[in-house]
Design a protein around this ligand. Structure first.
Ligand code: NAD
Ligand code: ISE
Length: 339
């Protein structure tokens, strides 16, 4: 069966995922595209051999759409995800699931009422080969209990529209998701402290930021978010356990020796760093939809958890850097919890 995907939001990542669905992943075709910019929708749809539709609601209702991909702006995600659930169609939503905890909970409740999982959230790091190897090592127990995690998330530069809260909401949210999954543990508090700011930032932005999270098992996570580091896109993660540590590998790259130096290049863009993770994420999602299976990737609950944890980090940043307790509801049995 070919899964016919309708795409809501034909911007930067929407176009990249359309390319992925049409050129990389087998078993899917893009049949409909919508965007509030109708000209962009028409252009992107024509390139993909799809039909441009005027609204997300019409796309979700279309008989030519088996599954929905939401890649519009974050504040519009909830409306489209709720629409897809109401239509009983599988929906892949780029992060964030929704920009408020209340909207995330509305999605969680709608999905529970539907009775089976339909939603997958686009936290692609769970599909990265390096993180998957780390998880395998941790799951053997050979390192003993995890105690500390050291992370860095560095982007070369960000545009002027990027503001201080986005360090948690847009950037650290990837570590928040992948570490909950890697450690199989919940984050219970967040603290954000600000070292000396780089001169290479727009004046309104607090950059870098150091985020400290604690899990329910007492693991301490320190995360440097530095989005104007200049030199490249660099993701570091090291889990220290009682009997050893495991570290995320850098992407494979040729070694270059020249002019009395030896080194490797550093990638500049998250699209390149996680290209294979995005491909795997969509390969698995399409295969699951084709098989009529529930999605196994990040759930609505994971989307909700990520939003309430980023809310706590933003509150810490905006209230002087104290530790803020994460205000999370108990996890329902529907999502693997006990509530
Ligand atoms: P973008 O601005 O390039 O594209 C968004 C598009 O959505 C625009 O074309 C806009 O016109 C359209 N749009 C907005 N509201 C709409 C609506 N109600 N209906 C239809 N179209 C609508 O943004 P982007 O960088 O492509 O980001 C899109 C989403 O993807 C964001 O939620 C972002 O956080 C997420 N994202 C995820 C990753 C990742 O690493 N997983 C990376 C980048 C972006
Ligand atoms: C962007 O939205 C992403 O999701 C990237 O993965 C992240 O590295 C970047 O900081 C965000 O702005």
């Amino acid at each position: 069966m070919t899964v016919r995907v309708g795409v809501i939001g034909a911007g930067m990542i929407g176009q990249d995922h359309i390319r992925r669905l049409t050129e990389v992943v087998t078993g899917a075709s893009v049949t409909a595209v919508t965007d509030i910019d109708a000209g962009r929708a028409a252009e992107v749809a024509a390139r993909a051999g799809a039909t441009a539709l005027p609204t997300g609601a019409e796309l979700i209702a279309s008989g030519d759409v088996d599954a929905v991909l939401v890649t519009s702006w974050g504040p519009t995600h909830a409306e489209h995800v709720l629409g897809a659930i109401a239509a009983g169609k599988p929906v892949f939503c780029e992060k964030p699931l929704a920009t408020t905890a209340e909207d995330c909970l509305r999605i969680v409740e709608a999905e529970r009422a539907h009775g089976r999982r339909l939603v997958q959230v686009g936290f692609m790091r769970r599909f990265d080969a390096g993180y998957r190897q780390m998880k395998e090592v941790l799951s053997t127990g050979s390192l003993g209990a995890p105690l500390i995690v050291h992370c860095a998330h560095r982007n070369p530069t960000v545009p002027e529209s990027y503001h201080s809260a986005m360090a948690a909401q847009d950037t650290a949210v990837h570590e928040i998701d992948v570490l909950r999954w890697l450690l199989d543990d919940e984050i219970v508090s967040a603290q954000v402290v600000t070292p000396r700011a780089t001169s290479k930032r727009f004046a309104h932005l607090e950059d870098p930021q150091i985020m400290i999270f604690e899990t329910s098992d007492g693991v301490r996570i320190d995360l440097e978010v530095f989005v104007n580091c200049q030199y490249g896109y660099d993701i570091q993660c090291e889990v220290v356990g009682e009997d050893g540590l495991v570290r995320l590998p850098d992407p494979a790259a040729v070694g270059i020796r020249t002019a009395a130096r030896h080194g490797t290049g550093v990638l500049q863009d998250w699209k390149d760093r996680f290209a294979e993770a995005f491909d795997t994420e969509f390969r698995e999602w399409v295969a699951g939809v084709a098989a009529g299976a529930e999605p196994t990737g990040p759930s609505s609950w994971d989307g909700y958890a990520a939003t309430v944890i980023t809310d706590a980090a933003v509150r810490s940043l905006e209230t002087g850097g104290g530790t803020v307790t994460v205000d999370m509801k108990p996890r329902p049995a529907f999502y693997g919890g006990t509530a």
